[in-house]
Design a protein around this ligand. Structure first.
Ligand code: ASP
Length: 330
């Protein structure tokens, strides 16, 4: 049972939130424990302490986002921060202003945290270096999805959702839990961040999908790969479906969407080898491609909306832990 008093936690070791692999085990447990507390607090309807009153958060998304952008915005507002969501499409980035000029300009507004999404790997680190060079290094950078390798806050909210479904607290880990990630793993930063996180928490992870959408074997030598959905999801506790990232498949997919659904789409019937499994999806979902609408909407099996809800709690934990005055000081 999660207690409704704020857990007393060690200060974070990290200055910025770049990726799961660059976050220590202790920081991961701190963030997940704090997120579990915020999820319980919101669930109870209790007042949320406005620990970020007077702090400024700027969301700057150079790629589209619905869930991540809005949940970071809501998280900051619930904690009392002043939150600025910059409509990048309308900003001067499109008049030729570079990413680094943009982040320097926005950080110069006395910004305490900048939430960045960008299509290129390394953007958050480049932004942090640019802020350092401009004497603005007190501004924390939180990665909200970058390139095809990192979406660390998504992995945290996926793990939190699993802990809640299992009735475990984050420090109890995911030992003995089988998780199958299915679909377009090769182009998915969600799969990559989860592969950095879930085995560290003790879970057994499997990748399932057509060969063309699986990552090269040498990228993840320790993770079993399956072409057959039936074999890959056998006895799984959680089955996560991923969207085919058509925007990252310049030559398209050899299979039509209908054929993909026939061979690899998740349905109630196809979940038979995993009778107890919960189904997850980071969104946006393509119903009738990687998952059937009936399964996605089944409250007994689907955790999709729970994941969205937990997105707010995880992002509150990130903002609190990285920004809360006093909490992060040595
Ligand atoms: N929303 C996730 C992302 O930003 C997943 C997706 O787009 O398929 O990567």
């Amino acid at each position: 049972m999660t207690k409704l008093t704020r857990p007393s936690l060690s200060p974070l070791k990290a200055d910025h939130f770049f990726s799961i692999s660059e976050t220590s085990d202790q920081d991961l447990i701190t963030l997940l424990t704090l997120a579990d507390y915020y999820a319980a607090l919101m669930q109870s309807g209790s007042d949320i302490p406005r620990v970020l009153t007077g702090r400024t958060q700027v969301n700057v998304f150079f790629e589209n986002s619905t869930r991540t952008n809005s949940s970071f915005e809501l998280a900051g507002k619930k904690l009392g921060a002043d939150v600025l969501v910059v409509p990048v499409a309308a900003s001067s980035v499109h008049k030729g202003e570079a990413l680094l000029d943009t982040v320097q300009t926005l950080a110069a507004l006395n910004t305490d945290a900048m939430i960045i999404r960008h299509k290129e790997a390394g953007s958050c680190k480049a932004a942090s270096a640019a802020l350092g060079a401009a004497g603005l290094s007190t501004c924390k950078i939180l990665n909200a999805g970058e390139g095809t390798a990192d979406h660390p806050s998504q992995a945290l909210l996926d793990a939190l959702t699993m802990f809640q479904s299992l009735g475990r607290t984050p420090d109890q880990g995911l030992h003995g839990i089988k998780i199958a990630i299915c679909g377009d793993i090769r182009h998915s930063r969600v799969a990559s961040s989860n592969a950095q996180l879930l085995p560290r928490l003790g879970a057994e992870l499997r990748f399932v999908g057509p060969e063309a959408l699986l990552p090269p074997e040498e990228s993840y030598p320790e993770i079993d790969r399956y072409i057959s959905l039936e074999d890959g999801i056998q006895d799984a506790d959680f089955v996560m479906a991923l969207r085919i990232q058509f925007e990252r498949l310049p030559d398209g997919l050899a299979l039509s969407k209908e054929d993909f659904f026939q061979a690899h789409g998740l349905t109630h019937e196809r979940l038979a080898p995993a009778p107890k499994a919960f189904v997850m999806h980071p969104g946006p979902m393509n119903r009738g491609v990687e998952i059937s609408g009936a399964l996605a909407d089944d409250p007994q099996r689907s955790l999709v909306l729970k994941q969205v809800q937990n997105g707010v709690a995880v992002r509150m934990a990130l903002l609190d832990a990285f920004l809360h005055v006093g909490h992060n000081s040595p």
